[in-house]
Structure formats: structure tokens, C-alpha cells
Design a protein around this ligand. Structure first.
Ligand code: EPZ
Length: 417
């Protein structure tokens, strides 16, 4: 089902549950390669990217079973150390198998992930850091060939904050000889969730969630059990869905303090937002102000919510300057929002949005990447008429049943060929 039809006019009301976090589940599933035996996870979202990860683990010789949101992975001695291009090209995060395989088995062959719609997505920082730990790294025929008898602990300084780089090195360092210090480490909550699982497996880690993480290498790790944290990007997307329709929506099973930057921006725009331990509620508002936003590594405004927040700004009162500092090409949603009548002037990393309350009208638009798709669905909720979003399969990579969650809140959304 390739298209989503969204009719405008509904003010969303009610309560909606957040699913498990894609960007925590992916590194955690790859971390199972560090320890043979059966690993068990709860709150694992049903997503295409999880399926792709299971396929990659199976290609290495692992098995996995899903029952509802419980996911088990059995890891035995790998039959292959190669992550094939056909699998990696479907999901760039597959590069996160490099650190675990290299640390556990001393050799790894992983296809270069290649770029995607939002940018070239290089992995130079991952590879430089592994070389610093004593790995021999070769690039050949589109693959990374990595070898290391035993990785050596050292101090890694990331000149650029990288979530994946921090995760790959965090996993690799757990079985290295000696202590590794990662400086300028990414502080995303998903990294904390990964570290928490590694510690359950027996890893010795401190400082996770801050910019300096220390890992003391151990001989062996053992499989464990873990519940994946809530998906803060999905939670933020659902909160914006309530806001943009002038509705009254409570998002539950989430961690609002992971979203302070978004909540502060929405309050600055005029929204009343109540937060409790595991839920947050946006109250009805008939008009809100345009506010400026700049994306940056956690705890600042998440790049993964930039497209969704821009949709909210297209129907705000006044202008909003949106600055994207993390990825070089993350304005693919701009031209599609303009097709719906939004007034946006994009200039490389900055887009000026001139808000027009009630100013959007339905048109056929096309999704280009995961978060751009979400942005178009949100805009479709208030674009007069019925908006048709094609290539909606991008959404299925990162949102579990978004249309049924929105329908339960009163939205008129459905899938069509
Ligand atoms: C993770 O991607 C997330 N993906 C992304 O979410 C998220 O947008 C991103 O972090 C930033 O928060 C997963 O967790 C699976 P980075 P990642 O390494 O690790 C540059 C979504 O929508 N860089 O922090 O790839 C890179 O080009 C996805 O769920 C290098 O230059 O992001 C980018 O400009 C999209 N060299 C910046 O750093 C490197 O070796 C941040 O990238 C690595 C990264």
C-alpha cells in the first residue's frame, strides 16, 4: 500500500500510546552479536527497519523470533562475518554491526552503507576511531574490510558529534583490552538505552548520556533481557499532530524529559503542554506564533523532528526561521509542503517559513524519507480537502501503525494503492 489519503478538518482528541524506539532497538539488536546465547527484548516496535535488522542478523547465522512486541535473538558462533550490500543498502544503520563483529570475532566485512535522501552519511569517524583502537581497515569494492586480533582501549575524540559513531565504538570497546574513553560522545537517550543493555550483559560503562563515556574492556559478555525505551521522535510527532489540528491529545508511555527542546519550542509558540512522568498533553489552541528553531545534537532540538515542526510552522501566525545543522540535505519535505500552499524559502541549511493560519490546501505530494513522510501526513491533517501522500512506505520504516494511531484520535486517514 503505497499511498496515504488524509482528509482535513478533524481536531484530534484523546490518548495515544508511544511504541518502542527504533533508534534504540537497532543498535541494541546489533549489540547481541557481542554475546552468544539467547537475548530477549520487550517493547520492540513492528517496523521495516527491525525486519531488515533481523534479516541481517540471520544472514550472519543468528535466529530471531517475534511474538507481539517481544523479540528474541539467538546468537551462536557466526557462520559469516559479512554484512552484504543487498541488506546494508536497505538500511544504513546496518553499519552498527561492524563494531560488535570486529570486537567479538576479530574480523568483519561490512558493505559501505551509501548515502540516502538526507545526506551522504559518511562513516569516516567510525573507521578512524576503530583504527585508533588498533584495527586494520581497508576499503575494497564498496566494502569495509576490518581486522583486529584484539582491539586496544584508547581515547577517542570525535571531532563531530556522531550518534552511530558513538554507538559503534561503545559496543566495540566493551570487549577491548583496557579502558576506552570516548570524548565528544553523542548524548542521545538512545545511547543511554544501548549502554544500559550492554551493562546488563556485563559491560563496564560509565558516563553514558554525557559527552565523556568510559568503557573498561571485559573478557566476555552474556545475553540478557531488556525493554526498549519509548520512541521520543514518534512521541513528538504525535504531540505535533494534536497541536497542528488545534486538538487535545495526550501521548502516553513516553519520556517527556527526552523532548525538552521540542516542548520548550511549542510552549514558546503558545501551546499549553502538561507533562507527567510518562505522558504529555497538548491543549487546544486556535492560533500559535511562528518561532525560530535550530537543530543540533541532544539535548538541543532533534533533527528528526525538524520536518514535523516545520509543518506546524507553515500554519503559524508570523515567520519561523528553521536551521538544519546536522544533515546537509534535510529539506526534502519543503517543496512538497509548498505544493500544499506553504510559503517557505529554503536556502541551503536555512529555511524561512512564512506562516499562514489555515493556509494549506490539499494536493498530491510525495514522501522522500522517513521524517519528511511524517511531516506531509501532519500537514495533510490541516490542508483543506484530501491530501494524497505517495511513497508512504518510507513511513513504515520508523512509525508503527501511525494511521491507526491517528484514526483513533479522530483523524480521517487511510491507505490506498
Ligand atoms: C542517527 O543517525 C539516527 N539513526 C538518525 O535518525 C538521526 O537523524 C541521527 O542519528 C542524528 O541524531 C539511527 O539512530 C539509526 P550521526 P547517524 O552519525 O548515526 C555526520 C531517523 O530519521 N557524520 O549522528 O547516521 C553525518 O553525515 C534517522 O530515525 C560524519 O561526517 O547520525 C551527519 O551530518 C535519520 N562522519 C552528522 O555527522 C561519520 O563517520 C550526524 O550523523 C558519521 C557521521
Amino acid at each position: 500500500m503505497d499511498t496515504m489519503l488524509i482528509k482535513s478538518g478533524a481536531q484530534l482528541h484523546g490518548t495515544v500510546e508511544t511504541s518502542g524506539a527504533k533508534n534504540a532497538a537497532l543498535p541494541i539488536l546489533f549489540s547481541t552479536l557481542l554475546a552468544e546465547g539467547e537475548h530477549q527484548f520487550d517493547n520492540v516496535p513492528v517496523l521495516k527497519d527491525i525486519e531488515s535488522t533481523a534479516n541481517l542478523l540471520e544472514s550472519l547465522g543468528c535466529t530471531s523470533q517475534r511474538s507481539g512486541h517481544t523479540f528474541k535473538v539467538q546468537v551462536t558462533k557466526l557462520k559469516s562475518f559479512e554484512a552484504h550490500y543487498d541488506l546494508v543498502r536497505k538500511m544504513r544503520a546496518s553499519i552498527l554491526c561492524l563494531g560488535p563483529i570486529l570486537a567479538k570475532y576479530g574480523e568483519a566485512v561490512v558493505s559501505l552503507p551509501g548515502g540516502c535522501a538526507i545526506g551522504t552519511r559518511p562513516i569516516d569517524l567510525h573507521l578512524d576511531a576503530m583504527k585508533a583502537m588498533g584495527a586494520e581497515i581497508q576499503l575494497k569494492d564498496g566494502y569495509v574490510l576490518a581486522k583486529a586480533k584484539k582491539l586496544k582501549g584508547t581515547t577517542i575524540f570525535f571531532e563531530k558529534t556522531t550518534v552511530g559513531g558513538t554507538e559503534n565504538l561503545l559496543m566495540a570497546a566493551t570487549l577491548a583490552e583496557g579502558t576506552t574513553t570516548i570524548e565528544n560522545a553523542a548524548k542521545e537517550p538512545e545511547i543511554v538505552d544501548l549502554a544500559n543493555y550492554l551493562i546488563k550483559m556485563g559491560a563496564k560503562i560509565s558516563g553514558h548520556g554525557t559527552s565523556i563515556i568510559k568503557i573498561e574492556g571485559v573478557q566476555k559478555l552474556s545475553p540478557a533481557k531488556h525493554a526498549i525505551m519509548a520512541d521520543r521522535i514518534e512521541a513528538g510527532t504525535l504531540l505535533i499532530a494534536g497541536a497542528i489540528t488545534g486538538g487535545d491529545v495526550t501521548v502516553t508511555k513516553c519520556q517527556p524529559h527526552d523532548l525538552d527542546a521540542l516542548i520548550n519550542k511549542m510552549r514558546e509558540s503558545g501551546f499549553k503542554i502538561d507533562i507527567k512522568e510518562n505522558s504529555m498533553r497538548v491543549h487546544p489552541l486556535s492560533s500559535w506564533d511562528g518561532v525560530d528553531v535550530t537543530t543540533a545534537p541532544h539535548p538541543l532540538f532533534p533533527t528528526d523532528l525538524q520536518a514535523q515542526f516545520m509543518a506546524l510552522m507553515t500554519v503559524a501566525k508570523g515567520a519561523s526561521v528553521v536551521t538544519e545543522t546536522v544533515f546537509e540535505n534535510r529539506f526534502m519535505h519543503v517543496t512538497e509542503l509548498m505544493r500544499l500552499g506553504a510559503d517557505i524559502t529554503p536556502k541551503s541549511q536555512v529555511a524561512v517559513v512564512r506562516g499562514k493560519p489555515g493556509g494549506l490546501s490539499a494536493a498530491p505530494v510525495m514522501a522522500t524519507d522517513l521524517r519528511a513522510s511524517a511531516s506531509l501526513v501532519l500537514a495533510g491533517l490541516v490542508a483543506k480537502g484530501e491530501t494524497q501522500v505517495s511513497r508512504i512506505y518510507h513511513l513504515d520504516r520508523g512509525y508503527e501503525g501511525l494511521e491507526s494511531k491517528l484514526s483513533k484520535l479522530g483523524a480521517k486517514v487511510k491507505r490506498a494503492q
